[in-house]
Write a protein that binds this ligand. Structure first.
Ligand code: IVH
Length: 669
């Protein structure tokens, strides 16, 4: 094919600029002027030219938005300037403390300007523009090094592929930072589409955004309704702009989407007012936010303030309180877990709780049901415990409908109809029939879960199918599944069957702690499984251990020890383990990591308010071989520092003790 002549080249360049311009009108300004058909015609012509003259293909061509060829993996990218995290405050008082430190450091008698920005709950990314061209995009990663996801980011329609000539010459290197999100409305639509195709729906918009960006195939990313909100520029590229406000204006002028609820305001009261406003509109926003980011507007002031460990001292995240939500109890179902425990589960009218749509919540047990005195049709308050499992915390009696029915605890197992028992001293009802289908299903699901054999694609639904179709009676049967057998299942396609078999094959190498956890011995969870694997080193040694040896292991009490012995004494379990071996499970030996724990020989002091109670961190430190001390001295290796650390921080600084925050601490482990 002959090279493109000047006329075609000019036409091509013009098409790119026009399409990019109309994309912007459509995706950023939300004011399209072209009809879809007119737009498509231009796009088709562009593709035609690229087909005929591949040598023309430009890096800012909108054709790249459709998705390039899949990559094998994401390459690491070192951020020129680290992507920092933020300190958190949760009240006006805590913000006032932050403000006081800022004013003190700046030696400012007067209130200063802050920029308040909704804290979007998505995925932080960095976009690098060289001479105006978008050349490199990466995830935040650990703040220092992220992953190269350029091709995926190019599919996001509202990310400019080229900046204006003026900006390109003024800032030959421009690093733009912001958040990739999915709007609630788009998320719900996407989930409906996924479900209608038989794919698993996404858990929430944040996971959806993160998962979509980390697809190896950019075409998948291109099919996801992702949006990029810009909120800053990295320091190396700090232009001759004096304020955060000016940066946001530049970004907006260059066609980036900048949040329309960003404000500039003065002092504590100004910021608090904005926070209240944001809290009020939060429910109406079409995207998830978890608080407000407050930044010192003036860059010269930011520079004076600097940073501590991984967070700037010129910005703070003021988080919303985990807010309980009200909804209506539609029904209560009783679910049987893998250990036979029967748990009442509330079916709720869908309600948003901290950014996630909740449709069911645990009611724990009979005592809790009685305490709540809950009835059908009640209005209830729902909260997400630790932001994960939703629970019903309160019934609003004044809203109880007339003649409502009480909820009765079933006398028999809802799955196998065996009479339930409530063992003395326990709050739970149990089904004692080990062959109960619900228990078998639960055990299979647990066996294959992430913390067990990690068989991808084996969820509750498939576990149930495999059991009802009698393909699997115990977990070991998984290793004897064949393609032909799987294809007999309803809704099982070739590709899915092959993926499942590949994943089962990989799981044959599962490490010892996972194998032990997967067995589902009552009382032996992830932590105990690790202790046991470390102690015994091999599955054989573990299996042959006697009661007294087990009891002596720190962390394993007499009850768990007895459960273990009983487990291996059971004929069915023994057969199952023999079958695992026949099925090719390798039971690799395990070497303890404890003696070389990450914090072996180190002494840490904890100070300030952390995201979890102190004993949580104390446990982690001790598990990693470290020691916790109450006061800072020369013998202290690290000060783990939260919000409002007080005098310990001063002392640590004086003594030159390294100060770390939660995030760094987590990474050290
Ligand atoms: S500024 C040093 N601005 O919050 C400044 N971050 O802990 C750090 N985030 O994952 C970032 N909205 O992606 C900033 N308007 C906003 C933000 C924001 C959300 C996220 C950010 C990061 C986390 C920082």
């Amino acid at each position: 094919m002959p090279d493109a002549d000047g006329k075609t080249t000019a036409e091509y360049r013009k098409l790119i600029d026009e399409i990019n311009y109309h994309n912007r009108l459509y995706y950023v300004a939300d004011k399209p002027v072209l009809s879809d058909a007119e737009f498509d015609r231009m796009f088709d012509r562009l593709l035609e030219i690229e087909r005929q003259h591949p040598e023309l293909a430009a890096p800012d061509s909108p054709s790249q938005r459709v998705g390039a060829e899949p990559s094998k993996k994401f390459e690491p990218v070192r951020h020129r300037v680290p992507m920092l995290s933020l300190q958190k405050v949760t009240s006006k008082k805590e913000f006032a403390d932050f403000n006081r430190r800022v004013l003190e450091t700046l030696d400012s008698p007067d209130d200063i300007d802050y920029v308040t920005e909704p804290k979007l709950d998505g995925l932080a990314v960095e976009l690098v523009y060289e001479k105006g061209l978008f050349v490199l995009g990466s995830t935040r990663g650990d703040g220092t090094t992220g992953e190269n996801i350029t091709l995926n980011l190019k599919t996001i329609r509202n990310i400019p592929l080229r900046l204006s000539d003026q900006t390109a010459s003024q800032y030959p290197l421009l690093e733009v930072r912001g958040e990739v999100i999915i709007r609630f409305s788009a998320f719900e639509k996407l989930n409906r589409e996924l479900e209608s195709k038989g794919s698993a729906p996404l858990a929430n918009p944040r996971n959806g955004a993160a998962g979509s960006l980390r697809q190896l195939d950019p075409k998948v990313t291109a099919s996801r309704p992702l949006l990029f909100y810009a909120y800053g520029i990295s320091e190396t590229t700090l232009p001759a702009l004096a304020t955060q406000k000016a940066v946001l204006e530049l970004l907006q002028a260059e066609g980036f989407l900048v949040n329309d609820r960003i404000c500039v305001t003065k002092g504590i009261n100004g910021v608090a007012k904005e926070f209240q406003k944001l809290e009020k509109v939060r429910e109406q926003l079409d995207y998830q936010i978890d608080g407000m980011v407050v930044k010192v507007n003036n860059f010269a002031a930011q520079e004076i303030l600097g940073q501590v460990s991984r967070a700037p001292r010129w910005a703070v995240a003021w988080k919303f309180a985990a807010e309980p939500a009200k909804t209506i109890l539609e029904d209560v179902v009783f679910s049987v877990g893998r250990t036979g425990i029967v748990t009442p589960v509330a079916r709720l009218k869908p309600v948003h709780v901290s950014g996630v749509t909740v449709t069911s919540a645990t009611l724990h047990n009979e005592d809790e049901l009685n305490r709540l005195g809950i009835r059908h049709g009640d209005t209830v308050v729902v909260r997400r415990a630790g932001d994960v499992i939703p629970e019903v915390v309160e019934v609003i009696l004044s809203k109880r409908p007339r003649g409502s029915r009480r909820i009765r605890y079933p006398a028999r197992c809802p799955s196998c109809h065996t009479a339930l028992v409530r063992p003395k001293g326990e709050a739970a009802h149990r089904c004692l029939n080990l062959a109960c289908p619900a228990q078998v299903e639960g055990r299979l699901f647990h066996f294959a879960s992430k913390r067990g054999f990690d068989v991808e694609g084996l969820g509750n639904k498939l576990a149930r199918q495999l059991i009802t179709e009698k393909m699997v009676a115990d977990p070991a049967d998984l290793f004897f599944l064949t393609r032909d057998k799987l294809l007999q299942l309803d809704l099982m396609a070739e590709k899915k069957a092959q993926n499942l078999l590949d994943s089962i094959d990989r799981s044959r190498h599962a490490e010892l702690p996972r194998v032990i956890n997967a067995l589902g011995i009552i009382g032996v969870g992830e932590a105990a499984a690790l202790l046991l694997a470390e102690h015994f080193g091999s599955f054989e040694n573990f299996r042959e251990a006697g009661l007294s040896e087990l009891e002596e292991i720190p962390g394993i009490g007499p009850v768990i020890a007895e459960n273990i012995v009983n487990f291996f004494a059971n004929e069915g379990n023994r057969k199952m383990i023999a079958k695992l071996r026949q099925g090719g499970v390798l039971f690799p030996e395990f070497t303890s990591t404890r003696s070389t724990g990450r914090l072996t020989g180190k002494t840490l002091v904890i100070s300030g308010t952390l995201s979890k109670p102190r004993h949580h961190f104390k446990n982690l430190i001790e598990k990693a071989g470290g020691k916790v001390s109450g006061s800072v001295s020369r013998a202290t290796d690290f000060l783990l520092c939260g919000v409002d650390p007080g005098s310990k921080l001063d002392k640590a600084k004086k003594l030159g003790v390294e100060v770390i925050d939660e995030e760094l601490f987590a990474r050290m482990l």
